[in-house]
Design a protein around this ligand. Structure first.
Ligand code: ADP
Length: 167
């Protein structure tokens, strides 16, 4: 019997991306190398007081992933698992930076598995240089006028400068 062609593996990488950092980008590049298609999905209703509007977050993500042809950017409302099913995804990609991420990520992965056992959560580690980096830290630094160069892509640096006046 001839083997059936394998179904493309579609992964969803969900998050707030407020804003996208070089750590997110590192993970997106790693994910794009192993999955056939990677959907970076911005959760519309996660954070109550975001710095960037969803539209701005989409624009920044689209700009920084432009050259990755198997990566697309989307926005979702409500349950991640519903969105993942609609996209025909079989993987949720999440990043783990330090042990501190593990507990929350474990809880969420287990809950998501309960909701949809057919979809696996896959964790990836960023490059060492990004293992301390978070959107929250970047925003704090920017608000205090600290340098964010090297922590976020240039387009994000520009937008941060326009928004909070980073040096
Ligand atoms: P959320 O609010 O869902 O945590 P984030 O945008 O902060 O959204 O993060 C989305 C995902 O990216 C999470 O899995 C998070 O652990 C991961 N992540 C964030 N920053 C980094 C980083 N520097 N390196 C690797 N993964 C990261």
């Amino acid at each position: 019997m001839t083997p059936q062609p394998r179904k493309p593996i579609i992964a969803v990488y969900p998050g707030s991306f407020d804003p996208v950092t070089n750590g997110h980008l590192d993970l997106i590049e790693r994910g794009a190398q192993i999955f056939d298609q990677l959907i970076v999905a911005i959760a519309r209703n996660l954070e109550k007081d975001p710095l960037f509007a969803v539209k701005e977050r989409v624009e920044m993500l689209e700009a920084v992933t432009f050259e990755l042809k198997n990566v697309e950017v989307a926005v979702f409302d409500g349950l991640l698992m519903n969105f993942a099913r609609e996209q025909d995804a079989c993987v949720i990609l999440r990043g783990i930076r330090a042990v501190s991420d593990y507990e929350y990520e474990l809880q969420m992965a287990m809950m998501n598995r309960k909701i949809e056992p057919q979809i696996e959560t896959v964790f990836m580690l960023p490059g060492e240089a990004y293992s301390y980096l978070s959107s929250r830290l970047v925003k704090e630094l920017a608000r205090l006028g600290g340098p964010v160069k090297g922590l976020v892509p240039p387009i994000v640096e520009e937008r941060l400068r326009a928004k909070v006046g980073v040096s």
